[in-house]
Design a protein around this ligand. Structure first.
Ligand SMILES: NC(=O)C1=CN([C@@H]2O[C@H](COP(=O)(O)OP(=O)(O)OC[C@H]3O[C@@H](n4cnc5c(N)ncnc54)[C@H](O)[C@@H]3O)[C@@H](O)[C@H]2O)C=CC1
Ligand SMILES: O=C(CO)COP(=O)(O)O
Length: 334
């Protein structure tokens, strides 16, 4: 099997390292030729993963025409809002039997499609050729070889099992799942909830508040997930609660960091600077997740609050007051 990882940001680079460590022949595509040259010559990606040595066997290129032909697996490692445009450029070089793996965690704002749906639409391949990899996988920890697990979801179970072997190493353990919807909803919504946790910690709130946001965040993730066809068990698993806890708790998370800066009083522009040019997906996905919730008539108060702070000019303090001022509710409702 030959894999090509399209995107040499932090997760694309860490995922490429996993593939090589798992014994899979792998090429990584970087937008900038200087970065590809540095990966080939120095085996580092200092912009995104400083101090990490990449395997000698990982080859890099900035040429789409060199990277893609003959690839059995194309791993999509670009931000969710640019995936459609990137993939459209890549498709002339991709074979019709290729398996796609989405690493991106988001919902397209212009269409409300999940990433696997965007891939199937742009590529024209059947949905069984599109898999999703999602779980508690902060890129730096994975690149350091710290033990972690993930989910590879595909409606074609045999394909999921092939990918499981392609990504399986002594430190990275993929589980298969056929619930693509659940994995993608879990991955997209946890970024929004991590922004809320960051805001709370930036304001100075402690662990009770964070645990409340994580737990009520899971409740609204489950409400949305079930409405769009996810299985609750998936949201109770690695790609749901697992990723939610990792992202909401870790200072490595770009979403949590972005939210923390807003909670400290920074502007959106200042908060963006704190993520060193890397993507905080929840900032855009709070709009599409909220619209998806509206479409399916699902209540998502935390997502609403994050959206109002990021796009409605509402202060974090006012968002907290209006969340706590909502009418009283039972813990479990549809
Ligand atoms: N970094 C992490 O710990 C994890 C990230 N993810 C997800 O993986 C996806 C990719 O994330 P990262 O590699 O972390 O992002 P990043 O911000 O570190 O890198 C993005 C990469 O995409 C490339 N790119 C291509 N077209 C682009 C465009 N139009 N705009 C911006 N960048 C473009 C950039 O050059 C860069 O190589 C995101 O959806 C993210 O949520 C998932 C799990 C872990
Ligand atoms: O998805 C992630 C961990 O699983 C990374 O989260 P951030 O994009 O917030 O850094």
């Amino acid at each position: 099997m030959r894999a090509v990882v399209m995107g040499a940001g932090s997760w694309g680079t860490a995922a490429a390292k996993v593939l090589v460590d798992a014994g899979t022949e792998t090429t990584i595509w970087a937008r900038r030729s200087e970065l590809a040259d540095r990966i080939n010559a120095e085996h580092t990606n200092a912009d995104y993963l400083p101090g990490i040595t990449l395997p000698d066997a990982l080859s890099a290129t900035s040429s789409v025409a060199d990277a893609l032909p003959g690839a059995d697996v194309v791993v999509c490692a670009v931000p969710s809002q640019s995936l459609r445009a990137n993939l459209t450029e890549w498709m002339p070089h991709v074979g019709s039997a290729t398996t796609f793996v989405s690493l991106a965690k988001g919902v397209e704002t212009s269409t409300l499609l999940r990433m696997s749906e965007v891939i199937a639409e742009v590529s024209g391949v059947p949905s069984g050729q599109v898999a999703v990899l999602s779980g508690p996988n902060l890129a730096r920890e994975i690149a350091e070889g710290q033990p972690a697990a993930t989910v590879i979801a595909c409606t074609d179970e045999d394909r999921a099992r092939e990918l499981q072997l392609a990504f399986n190493t002594g430190y990275f353990r993929p589980y298969t799942n056929t619930d693509v919807i659940g994995c993608e909803i879990g991955g997209a919504v946890k970024n929004v909830i991590a922004l809320a946790c960051g805001m709370a910690s930036g304001v100075g709130f402690g662990q009770n508040t964070l645990a409340t946001i994580i737990t009520r965040g899971l409740a609204e993730t489950i409400r949305l997930g079930v409405a769009v066809g996810a299985q609750i068990e998936t949201l109770a698993g690695l790609a749901g609660i697992g990723d939610l806890v990792a992202t909401c708790s870790s200072p490595l998370s770009r979403n949590r960091t972005f939210g923390a800066r807003l909670g400290e009083g920074a502007t959106m522009e200042q908060a963006q600077e704190a993520t060193n040019g890397q993507v905080a997906e929840g900032v855009k996905s709070c709009t599409s997740v909220r619209a998806l919730a509206d479409k399916f008539d699902v209540e998502m108060p935390l997502t609403d609050a994050v959206h109002r702070v990021c796009h409605g000019g509402v202060s974090v303090g006012d968002a907290v007051s209006s969340l706590l001022g909502r009418s009283t509710k039972p813990e479990i409702y549809d």
